[in-house]
Design a protein around this ligand. Structure first.
Ligand SMILES: Nc1ncnc2c1ncn2[C@@H]1O[C@H](COP(=O)(O)OP(=O)(O)OP(=O)(O)O)[C@@H](O)[C@H]1O
Length: 246
């Protein structure tokens, strides 16, 4: 079954068109990466799906149900976003408990105490952190909170915007392993933006290469690993990435 479908998605900010006719179908349980140079529109695609870039044309559907423009509570419960910078995305004056309870309150979901506990356990956060504030947590713990906040509504799809790039290298692998485990255990579908091709190889099944707001190629990650991407720009991107690997 198709979990997430983008058809002819064109997104604008004001008079500026950022993406042009983006088409992606992601199967249930699949992990799909969006790569491409800075400014190519990758994050904008995630934002439109999450309702943060409201000026779009085309269609966005989760499990066959089209997203409406503006706030769409039903869609939000199926599809949640995790941002790059857990410090910036968590409210500094809200405890972990308040952060995790908020989406449940907004969506009128009961059984909040148990759900908060379950979400914390699933991301490997000890209950002693429940009433702590973001500044009392490490970067990795903060990103676990951000992932728990996305999971607390039990969505089927996670939008991941560079979920490890703001973290220390030593913590990145922990979070990547966590995402891999969560996907397996909860049969989640991922759409992930990243600059990091090793992350794509580790976590993803397919990859779309974006340039100037358009998809130039969609390939299996197996082809990426074998250096078999077809489009000249995709090949250039891989070479650049190899040159910058340290
Ligand atoms: N809120 C906004 N208002 C106007 N223009 C924006 C806004 N956010 C992003 N843009 C512009 O949209 C274009 C695409 O940005 P986007 O963040 O989607 O690119 P990206 O491929 O995710 O890049 P990066 O890898 O650097 O995050 C850029 O030219 C950017 O300047």
């Amino acid at each position: 079954m198709t979990a997430l479908s983008l058809k002819d998605l064109s997104i604008s900010y004001g008079d500026t068109r950022i993406t042009h006719g983006v088409n992606i179908d992601i199967a249930e349980g699949e992990s799909f990466a969006l790569v491409g140079e800075s400014g190519s529109g990758k994050s904008t695609v995630l934002k439109a799906i999450a309702g943060l870039a409201p000026q779009w044309a085309g269609s966005i559907s989760a499990f066959g149900k089209p997203r409406s423009h503006g706030i769409d509570g039903h869609f939000a419960r199926a599809c949640q976003m995790v941002f790059q910078d857990p410090y910036g995305s968590l409210h500094p004056r809200k405890t972990v408990d308040a952060t995790l309870t908020e989406p449940l309150a907004i969506h009128g979901v009961g059984d909040r105490n148990a759900r908060v506990e379950t979400a914390m356990t699933s991301v490997g956060l000890d209950r002693k952190f429940r009433f702590r504030f973001p500044h009392q947590l490490s970067g990795g713990q903060r990103q676990r909170v951000a992932i728990a906040r996305a999971l607390v509504l039990q969505p089927k799809i996670l939008l991941l915007d560079e979920p490890t790039s703001a973290l220390d290298v030593s913590v990145q692998a922990e979070i990547l392993n966590l995402l891999k485990r969560l996907r397996r255990e909860q049969n989640l579908t991922f759409l992930m933006v990243t600059h990091n091709l090793p992350v794509v190889s580790f976590l993803c099944d397919r990859v779309a290469v974006m340039r100037h707001g358009r998809i130039v190629e969609i390939a299996d990650v197996a082809a990426l690993k074998k250096g078999e991407l077809q489009d000249p720009y995709s090949r250039e991107l891989i070479e650049l990435s190899a040159d910058h690997a340290d």
